[in-house]
Structures are given as structure tokens and as C-alpha cells.
Design a protein around this ligand. Structure first.
Ligand SMILES: [Zn+2]
Ligand SMILES: [Zn+2]
Length: 318
């Protein structure tokens, strides 16, 4: 081939220009991540939603026999609110949506509808420009994948967190949680454990109680991971709540099901652990599910314009 000389020059310039464009566009996002200054020590937050145990079998049981880790170990290391409620729809998807977005929305419980508003994960990814591997939705119910996205036109398909939601037992999910933590060291996670809800719907009282015991022990294991991993120790907060409870005895079919406004369905657990939270304290001021997201945003210093809940300032050390 016999190209005129100017073609080589042209190609060289074109190639140089393309390389600049290419590297400019394809830098991994985490190289450009934006550090947000806050007054807090927290740099990472894990939000754990234990699906559907009833308050009366958990913190509301004076013997605490099914939650020995919470009672004997975790309560002393963190803060509990005994007046915590889901004041929206008491099903899995609306409950998790309230946690993730800070708004109550009666979305479909099938997993075929995105929340209208972006979650704290999308907001955080946008404002910090972190890589998707730093923010995760992990759970034991596949339908929870819709929490990674939303239907708002300005947010849909943007700043999506990583997703690992599969219909599986909690022990499989917890294995994945540990693997994701050691592989990616995420800074923000929304974790669902379904045991109490799953066995409750099966009308299996023995396994329902087993599910509560198992998730109590997983929560303790997660706190141990935080305390022993140098990436997390002293700079990681954990919040645990429930998406909903279950009917009180005498209401419809009792513990088997949920979904109305009875006290059994609406009264849920709240626990917070971390360097900025008080420890060994039990609160009795009324708070509810949509207050979780603004509290996470406050800790990590990002904004969520659409939230309807409030920052739970009473949790913080003075
Ligand atoms: Zn359920
Ligand atoms: Zn009920």
C-alpha cells in the first residue's frame, strides 16, 4: 500500500485524540471518587433488614430467649429504640422501599415495580462518584433487586449499586455477604435476611423461631467482622430494622401472615451500632422506617432531597 504522507500524520493525530477521549471516558469511577467532609467517624454503613419477625418474639419478649446475641452482646455495644414502627404498608417491598428511599410508597410486593424515588445507594453513588462495587443490595429474596433502581426519569438506570439478590436460604446469603465484604470492601450495603418471614408464612412455629435465632447470630457475626477487619473497624456503622412484623395472635391467622396496620405488623425492631452512636442506651421516642435513609445520609454527608423522614439525631453521641 502506498499512502500519501499526510495520511500518516492525520491517523497519528486521530489516534492521539481518540486515546485522550478513551482514557477520559473510561477511567474507573473510584479513581475520581469525591470525599465528603462530615463531623462523623463513620465512613461505611451496613443496613440490615431482618424480614418479618414479630416484636413480641424479639426485643418485645422480656426473656429475649430467641435473640441472645442482641440481648447479651449487641445491646451494650449500640443503641435500641423500643418505639419503632412501619407506618406504611406492612409488606416486604413497601417496607424495604421505605428503608431505602426514606419515603412510604405502596409499591407492588411482586418485585415488578421500581420505587419512584432513588435509594440512599443511588444518591451516595452519584454524590461520591464511587464505583458500583462499593454499594450493594444483597438479599434472600430475588425481587429485592428492584431496590437498586427507581422509576424517576432523572435517576432511572443511573448510579446503580451492585446487586446480589437470589431466592435462597439466609445462610447462603450470609456467605455471599462475607464474600462481597472480603472481595470488594463495600462502603454501603443494604442486606436482607428473610428467615423469620419465610418460615412464618409456612405456618412453622419451630422454624420461625429458628429463623429469628439464626438472624440474631448473623447480625452478631457481622458486627464481629466490622470489629476485626481493619478496613471497617472504628469507622463503620450498622443499622438493623425489620420491614414489618406479623399479625398479633387473634388477628387473622396470627404469626403466619402480615400486611395490615395491627400493632403486630407495625411495631418493629431498631438497633444502631457504630462509632458515632451512643452505646448501652435504650430509647422510647417514636421513630419509623423512613427515618433510616436520612440518618444514613447524615452520617455519610450526602443529600436526599425527596425523603419524608427525619434524621434520628438522638442516636448520636454528644
Ligand atoms: Zn411476608
Ligand atoms: Zn397485622
Amino acid at each position: 500500500m502506498n499512502y500519501p504522507k499526510y495520511s500518516y500524520l492525520y491517523l497519528t493525530v486521530l489516534f492521539a485524540f481518540a486515546s485522550v477521549l478513551f482514557t477520559g471516558c473510561h477511567k474507573p469511577a473510584n479513581l475520581n471518587s469525591v470525599a465528603i467532609e462530615t463531623n462523623y467517624k463513620t465512613e461505611n454503613v451496613f443496613v440490615v433488614v431482618i424480614d418479618g419477625p414479630r416484636y413480641s418474639e424479639t426485643w418485645g419478649d422480656p426473656t429475649h430467649s430467641l435473640i441472645p446475641n442482641m440481648h447479651n452482646t449487641l445491646a451494650g455495644k449500640g443503641i435500641i429504640n423500643q418505639e419503632f414502627y412501619n407506618l406504611g404498608t406492612t409488606h416486604t417491598m413497601p417496607g424495604h422501599t421505605a428503608v431505602a428511599t426514606g419515603t412510604y410508597e405502596d409499591i407492588s410486593n411482586t418485585g415488578r415495580q421500581y420505587p419512584s424515588n432513588p435509594s440512599f445507594l443511588q444518591h451516595w453513588l452519584y454524590q461520591t462518584q464511587n464505583a458500583p462495587a462499593k454499594a450493594w443490595v444483597v438479599g434472600s429474596k430475588k425481587k429485592l433487586q428492584v431496590l437498586s433502581n427507581c422509576s424517576s426519569v432523572s435517576w432511572r438506570n443511573s448510579y446503580l449499586p451492585s446487586v446480589n439478590t437470589v431466592d435462597r436460604l439466609d445462610k447462603e446469603t450470609f456467605k455471599e455477604v462475607k464474600k462481597i465484604i472480603s472481595t470488594h470492601h463495600p462502603k454501603l450495603m443494604l442486606i436482607n435476611l428473610k428467615g423469620p418471614d419465610f418460615w412464618g408464612h409456612g405456618d412453622d412455629w419451630f422454624m420461625y423461631k429458628y429463623g429469628i435465632r439464626q438472624t440474631d447470630s448473623m447480625l452478631n457475626a457481622l458486627v464481629t467482622i466490622i470489629e476485626t477487619d481493619s478496613v471497617y473497624a472504628g469507622k463503620t456503622s450498622l443499622i438493623m430494622t425489620n420491614d414489618h412484623g406479623r399479625h398479633l395472635e387473634g388477628m387473622q391467622n396470627g404469626f403466619v401472615s402480615h400486611g395490615d396496620k395491627c400493632l403486630g405488623c407495625t411495631h418493629i425492631n431498631f438497633y444502631a451500632y457504630g462509632p458515632d452512636f451512643k452505646s448501652g442506651v435504650i430509647l422510647n421516642n417514636q421513630r419509623h422506617l423512613i427515618d433510616v435513609a436520612p440518618t444514613v445520609a447524615e452520617l455519610l454527608g450526602f443529600k436526599m432531597e425527596q425523603v419524608k423522614g427525619d434524621i434520628m439525631t438522638e442516636l448520636f453521641k454528644e
